[in-house]
Design a protein around this ligand. Sequence first.
Ligand SMILES: *[C@@H]1O[C@H](CO)[C@@H](O)[C@H](O)[C@H]1NC(C)=O
Ligand SMILES: *[C@@H]1O[C@H](CO)[C@@H](O)[C@H](O)[C@H]1NC(C)=O
Ligand SMILES: *[C@@H]1O[C@H](CO)[C@@H](O)[C@H](O)[C@H]1NC(C)=O
Ligand SMILES: *[C@@H]1O[C@H](CO)[C@@H](O)[C@H](O)[C@H]1NC(C)=O
Ligand SMILES: *[C@@H]1O[C@H](CO)[C@@H](O)[C@H](O)[C@H]1NC(C)=O
Ligand SMILES: *[C@@H]1O[C@H](CO)[C@@H](O)[C@H](O)[C@H]1NC(C)=O
Ligand SMILES: *[C@@H]1O[C@H](CO)[C@@H](O)[C@H](O)[C@H]1NC(C)=O
Length: 654
Amino acid sequence: MGGALMRLICFLLLSCGGGIGYVNSEPTQEKQALLAFLSRTPHKNRVQWNASDSACNWVGVECDANRSFVYSLRLPGVGLVGPIPPNTLGKLSQLRVLSLRSNRLSGEIPSDFSNLTLLRSLYLQSNQFSGVFPASVTRMNRLTRLDLSSNNFSGKIPFDVNNLTHLTGLFLENNKFSGNLPSINPANLRDFNVSNNNLNGSIPATLSKFPQSAFTGNLDLCGGPLPPCNPFFPSPAPSPSLPPPVAPVHKKSNKLSTAAIVGIAVGGAVFIVLLLLLLLFCLKKRRRQRPGKAPKPPAAATARAVTMEAGTSSSKDDITGGAAEADRNKLVFFEGGVYSFDLEDLLRASAEVLGKGSVGTSYKAVLEEGTTVVVKRLKEVAVGKREFEMQMEVLGKIKHDNVVPLRAFYYSKDEKLLVYDYMPAGSLSALLHGSRGSGRTPLDWDNRMRIALSAARGLAHLHVSGKIVHGNIKASNILLRPDHDACVSDFGLNPLFGNTTPPTRVAGYRAPEVVETRKVTFKSDVYSFGVLLLELLTGKAPNQASLGEEGIDLPRWVQSVVREEWTAEVFDVELMRYHNIEEEMVQLLQIAMGCVSTVPDQRPAMQEVVRMIEDMNRGETDDGLRQSSDDPSKGSDGHTPPPESRTPPTALTP
Ligand SMILES: *[C@@H]1O[C@H](CO)[C@@H](O)[C@H](O)[C@H]1NC(C)=O
Ligand SMILES: *[C@@H]1O[C@H](CO)[C@@H](O)[C@H](O)[C@H]1NC(C)=O
Ligand SMILES: *[C@@H]1O[C@H](CO)[C@@H](O)[C@H](O)[C@H]1NC(C)=O
Ligand SMILES: *[C@@H]1O[C@H](CO)[C@@H](O)[C@H](O)[C@H]1NC(C)=O
Ligand SMILES: *[C@@H]1O[C@H](CO)[C@@H](O)[C@H](O)[C@H]1NC(C)=O
Ligand SMILES: *[C@@H]1O[C@H](CO)[C@@H](O)[C@H](O)[C@H]1NC(C)=O
Ligand SMILES: *[C@@H]1O[C@H](CO)[C@@H](O)[C@H](O)[C@H]1NC(C)=O
């Protein structure tokens, strides 16, 4: 991703300082540097830069919107041979992205690369570079992706890699790096690979979260995901500040063999686990028995079963009060439902807390017959029984593939329960933000688009057919079907709480006017949906502290990044591995920005949002490949484009 994308974003959002007016004519010095580079580096004639044309029009070169500096240089697989001449590329001091992957470049990385201090992404993989880990690279302290894999680098991996604090991906596999692994620890490092080198010694604790395949094929690495280190020859701790992860535990028992130690350790662990299981089993059995033996007081048991499992305390009054009304209050099912259980079945179900929200707590309840449902236990309901039932009537009628159906409700003085279908695939929030890093399948672009569209359809159905304001759109209320279609849940509950929205609602999704008036509307739903789209695009939770400044919300953060920084960093790094999706991301970003307009009237209606997403130029051609805004073959004036292949996902190229 580079200048073209940013120009596009800028153009679409119309919010960038200089617009796209071509103010400055030409980055002359940079042009000279580029010409010097190409003339002094033998290459196949795939790249021909016309010296009388602007450098910004050259194949592989992208400039900023003002065309005043070169923003990215990407020459993958164009047959460049030999060393990078000094004093050429090092002069592109504004460069953000440099990709020279898959050439036959060799020699050391020139020391003047240390001038490329603004570089965010450096892709040098699949060449024949040699020498030690380039010191110049450890000075590029804004780097987020560094790929030196499949080269001939040797020597130690320096501890100074830690100077690259923004690093999210570090790829050093298939080289000849030797010595110990330093404890590399950038906060956001998500992808890491040092496999197939000559490393030895223990894997530092900071890196042990990465999978085994990130370390295999080395001389003698141990610990972490690999088998434990030999305790009698503990390797020196790679970093003095961090103890080696495994060795010290075993160190003391000097007279036992490794096998014996391992045996004892494993045996001990198994014993403790067994003991714990036994204890748990006993406790659980006792709990289970109690409600069963009691002579079934329906409502009382609801309260108890639910509170017990939730681990919260409920006052005695609650329980008896519920029991008194039990006869008059029954579980009310809506027509067309598939369930045939009664309140007592629900009471005997085992419950597990799914989440605590602003309007109450949700439980997953597994009935004895095997059915699983979600029970939502509302707190602080402000309306009386009649109004409650009327609203339930409205909500129970909603039937749509992208709306989680409300199946039943229960109302008593002290207990208000809603019964919904259970969606085993979980929520968008869990999918997007749950355990990032090792072992997680990232949510790919196609699925994100699918979620965006299906959630939009569900919400539009609520608005148009149901005339219902959802009132609480957020990622944890977007649930997924196994096929990754989304359904919206938790809709239309605001009227139950009187005129005021519960103030504890997740702030990041609230439209500005709702903060003031506490009243949700169709347009405030659209705002929240816009925030949700931004969340899908950026991978950031709207209430996440990592947005930098305190109190800044996701829409403003996106605007500031797009306007000021001129980088593709606004998009989720997990999306960087997919190719030819830039245009779609920008289109969706544009829709999202429309939804989060400060002025409610400027936001589109939900059905328009659906149409815009449907109309998005998802240019799938017959062979399944997408047309790309970033396709180098476009606008290259008849020059043979570099053979930029659709790289497999793991290559992580720009
Ligand atoms: C483009 O140039 C104009 C005028 O020189 C300047 O005001 C604007 O900030 C520049 N835009 C960017 C993104 O550098
Ligand atoms: C180089 O660019 C100039 C000006 O754009 C053009 O007149 C000329 O034909 C180009 N030369 C080649 C070889 O494409
Ligand atoms: C690197 O930057 C320094 C200071 O800005 C400058 O003096 C030097 O000439 C630059 N080196 C190259 C190769 O551009
Ligand atoms: C990395 O940071 C340390 C401490 O800030 C500093 O001493 C060292 O010179 C830096 N290394 C490089 C290559 O910039
Ligand atoms: C790799 O580097 C070593 C020296 O470190 C050198 O002897 C060898 O020829 C290099 N191999 C290639 C393929 O460049
Ligand atoms: C690391 O690289 C090796 C070799 O390219 C590959 O087989 C392995 O799957 C990679 N592991 C990870 C976690 O990326
Ligand atoms: C790791 O390799 C280096 C150099 O080959 C050697 O000096 C060192 O003793 C080795 N360390 C371990 C723990 O094997």
